[in-house]
Design a protein around this ligand. Structure first.
Ligand code: ADP
Length: 255
């Protein structure tokens, strides 16, 4: 295992109702790196992301996050799901941003950002509030702290969702097509926040169809199709000069 790999996945398998969705995924995300997962709909990208956050239990293989095995190995080498407490502890170090913003509608932007550190981690409100205001500023929403989700645009809501994930001071951020539910004119502001985060050294695993973002920001792009990694590498190679027919066909469709 490479020492710096923050996410180290080996031969990950996952099936739903007897259908193999992940068929042996090997994938590393190193500290400070941005890895973009590309591929056609249904290729298993979201499922892989959910496995890293233990929203799904894998059927085979192993995933380590920052050296911690996700699951418990018994004496026969079989992997079991960890207890809820252990999962919650591991998950609290991972921020996840979904396609839908999932903000609490009855809470202001500030309250949304403060919720997890106060409720889950029991941190003092005063310190969390300061941090949350700083995060809202970082995503360009200092003036929207008192607004409710319904008063914000989709792009603003997604930026609050990013600030909310950052409030737990995660080691790793997972993004699951964070711009795909947005009107086209709102995509740029969310990608800009993600670019900035990447520039500040955040480790990120991003499922996206935004090719320009992947090309400019990713250290590595991973092209998946049919539950396998077809090719991965430097974005300029994989996007600019793909080696596999399936990658070429996908990229042709994207342009
Ligand atoms: P992608 O993110 O690449 O579009 P997904 O990981 O969402 O792909 O889905 C991969 C396949 O797994 C799809 O065929 C999808 O229908 C199936 N799938 C995903 N989640 C579930 C689930 N909870 N139950 C059954 N099938 C699922």
């Amino acid at each position: 295992m490479s020492e710096q790999a923050l996410v180290h996945a080996v031969n990950v398998h996952k099936a739903f109702h007897g259908t193999d969705v992940l068929k042996g995924i090997d994938l590393d995300v190193h500290k400070g790196q941005v890895v973009c997962l590309l591929g056609p709909s249904g290729s298993g990208k979201t499922t892989f992301l959910r496995c890293v956050n233990q929203l799904e239990t894998i059927d085979g293989g192993r995933i380590w996050v920052d050296g911690d095995l996700l699951g418990l190995e018994d004496r026969d080498g079989a992997l079991h799901r960890l207890g809820d407490k252990a999962i919650a502890r591991q998950r609290s170090e991972i921020g996840m941003v979904f396609q839908r913003f999932n903000l609490f509608p009855h809470m202001t932007a500030l309250e949304n950002v403060m919720e997890a550190p106060v409720q889950v981690r029991g941190e003092k409100k005063k310190a969390v509030k300061e941090r949350a205001l700083g995060l809202l500023e970082r995503v360009g929403l200092a003036d929207k702290a008192a607004s409710y989700p319904a008063q914000l645009s989709g792009g603003q809501q997604q930026r609050v969702a990013i600030a909310r994930a950052l409030a737990m001071q995660p080691k790793l951020m997972l993004f699951d097509e964070p711009t795909s539910a947005l009107d086209p004119e709102l995509v740029g502001e969310v990608l800009a926040v993600m670019r900035e985060l990447a520039g500040q050294g955040m480790t990120m695993l991003v499922v996206t169809h935004e090719m320009a973002f992947a090309r400019d920001v990713a250290d590595t792009v991973v092209f998946m199709d049919g539950g396998v990694v077809v090719e991965q590498g430097d974005p300029h190679d994989v996007i600019g000069n793909p080696q596999h027919e399936r990658t070429k066909a996908f990229l042709r469709r994207m342009h």
